[in-house]
Design a protein around this ligand. Sequence first.
Ligand code: GLY
Length: 375
Amino acid sequence: MWKKAIEETLTITSRNLENFGEHYPHVSNGDRRYALIENTDWTNGFWSGILWLSYEYSRDSRFREQAVWTVDSFRKRLEDRSYLDHHDIGFLYSLSTKAQWIVEKDHSARELTLQAADVLMERWREASGLIQAWGPEGDSENGGRIIIDCLLNLPLLLWAHEQTGQDAYRRVAELQAFKSRRFLIRGDDSSYHTFYFDQTTGDAIRGGTQQGDKDGSTWTRGQAWGIYGFALCSRYLQNTELLETAKRLARHFIARLPEDHVAYWDFNVPQTPTSPRDSSASAIAACGLLEIADLLQADDPEREWFLDVAVKSMQSLIRNYSTQGEENAEGFINHGSYSVRANVSPDDYTIWGDYFYLEALMRLDQGIPGYWYDR
Ligand code: GLY
């Protein structure tokens, strides 16, 4: 089943190579066609990651050629420092330049990835002890704001520490992970999407949301970023508290899954036949559950359960959400949501959903875990 699903993605990606040319797919807008963008957003790395995974599986040089083109485009973005004024440097460079390093041990790609880690380090605010997610330093709204998505940016810093031995990368990543654990995770194991701190004193102000239904609700994708991100940080830091946090978030997520194992977009909205799902959240969570299972001892009683839910979610994504059998589909899975409340691609393809779907399939079929850590 996994192999057939991977092969289907390869067919779609081969077709997309022609259609996308020197552009990047982002999300669709209700028309089952990807909006194509320049290398300017937080999502560009996912296309690169899909190309590298497709190349690793097939060794088809067309995928490599385009993947190398994306690495060059990421080099230019770094040189120009364009559109890098946010924390999503880890999403962008883990799946592009770092992927090339992991796949080919290309030293110039390693060098670019280290430069990207330095750009992310510039978002560390010593006074408040956090990585500022969005906006310029001192910004009145966002100057002291963190968001849960950042946990997937931290592996870039932890990898840079491993590569260089420089403690500063590890210190910042560890402080950010533990601040996220303390303030973004609520007592019932649900999560805030974002949290505000006083930017001069670091005093906690309040939790909030950007893409969830309400400040106090749980945005499903945020919870999924937490599951996977805390598990990855625990691997790098060999820290059982962070693994425990990933497990707590995972239990909360699993307990709220509907019968078909694919999450609605927010856990606190009514689950009706017309409520949007977020298939991308379930693909991310599947990768996180597989990562957690990999980190647990073979005889851990919960290990099989996490694996089983990951498998059931992926089976459902393949059977009920994938574009298998649809003519000329551009995406791998339907029914992702970017921002339901803002009505921005609320029920569409998302390039990150496609990436994590393929990453989970590659983990299940090939034991290849994506590009968050060196192999
Ligand atoms: N990191 C942005 C999102 O998940 O929509």
